[in-house]
Design a protein around this ligand. Structure first.
Ligand SMILES: [Zn+2]
Length: 342
């Protein structure tokens, strides 16, 4: 446990109590950077984020699966940011959920959870409830996310309280903390800087900053992102079915990081192009018949990069398109503009 913890559980008011070791690395400026970044033009929508540990990154597919399961697809990068803040990804309780009221499998005492997958499930379920209570509109809704995060740290009572006061602010978080500390007779209550603490690890492109990689009218979506109920598999991207040879366009400007027949970690994708964008975001275009770019090449949004095909693990001509943040495949729908490539 680094900077905050769920020490005690719900009191009658449904408030989660959270004594804290205050962290001196307070980065309130991080919020301002992200907020101003979002308001800026489409080329500068990305926040500069702290680094996620390899251990946190190893939980990306678990985070994506539980986000889908708990109705918050697209929020996996936020779960990973919370995990980085909570534990850096170490131990068997990477979300530090042992004392969460949702834990009914292990004793409600620190570090009791002995199964990382269970910890991520509980943490994601709790975060999902905060995101919904905060009426968060999308993974780009910084004010909604901020309210949800502070509620995650303080307990759900904060979200209701803050919504009556216009939502999250650093000032009202501090006020809530003082009120609760007084009420409980504690020295501290929660981490009043939990929002900047987590957001420094959160990367969020803005809505509409990426383009559908095929031209409108040339494709039909044959499979979407998420669980496929027919086979129980998790589909990490969107499949655009189109005739062989149909043009595939770069979804956003960036640098080609991979363009060849896919081998590990891109095995199965056949001929695949991966483009690295700013802010640790990448897009991937799989199963191509032909590749028109090379690794190291800079591309602009809308530039033709490959042709639709049926290479690799594929059962028909289509482009498998992924959008990854910090190497976690997220729901591209969240970030795609309405229009196909121009
Ligand atoms: Zn696919």
């Amino acid at each position: 446990m680094k900077n905050n913890t769920w020490k005690k559980i719900f009191v009658a008011a449904g408030v989660m109590l959270t004594p804290v070791i205050f962290c001196t690395l307070i980065v309130a400026a991080a919020i301002m950077a992200i907020v101003s970044g979002t308001a800026a033009g489409s080329q500068s929508v990305y926040s500069q984020a702290g680094t996620l540990s390899d251990s946190v990154l190893s939980y990306q597919s678990a985070a994506a699966e539980y986000c889908s399961q708990f109705g918050i697809p697209g929020y996996a990068p936020l779960v990973l940011a919370v995990m980085q803040q909570e534990s850096g990804g170490s131990g068997n309780d990477p979300m530090q959920c042992s004392e969460c009221f949702l834990n009914d499998r292990y004793p409600k005492k620190p570090e009791s959870i002995a199964d990382p997958a269970y910890s991520i499930r509980i943490g994601t379920e709790y975060l999902a409830s905060c995101i919904k209570a905060a009426k968060c509109k999308s993974p780009s809704d910084v004010s909604g996310i901020s309210l949800a995060l502070q509620g995650y740290n303080f307990g759900g009572g904060y979200i209701r309280w803050a919504l009556e006061r216009g939502g999250y602010s650093h000032t009202n978080a501090a006020e809530f903390s003082r009120i609760m500390a007084k009420k409980e007779g504690w020295k501290n209550y929660g981490d009043t800087d939990y929002v900047p603490h987590v957001l420094r690890y959160y990367i969020q492109p803005s809505n509409g900053s990426f383009a559908v990689p095929l031209r409108t009218g040339t494709y039909r979506i044959s499979r979407g992102y998420g669980y496929d109920s027919s086979n129980g598999e998790f589909h990490k991207g969107i499949d655009y079915a189109a005739p062989a040879g149909t043009n595939i366009y770069a979804s956003a400007a960036g640098t080609v990081s991979y363009a060849q027949f896919g081998r590990a970690p891109y095995g199965g994708y056949g001929n695949v192009v991966v483009i690295q964008h700013s802010g640790n975001i990448m897009t991937l275009y799989g199963h191509c018949s032909k590749l028109l770019v090379k690794a190291g090449q800079k591309v602009q949004q809308g530039e033709v990069i490959a042709k639709v095909g049926n290479t690799g693990h594929s059962t028909g001509n289509h482009c498998h398109f992924e959008l990854r943040i910090n190497n976690t495949a997220v729901n591209p729908d969240t970030y795609l503009s309405k229009n196909g490539a121009k």
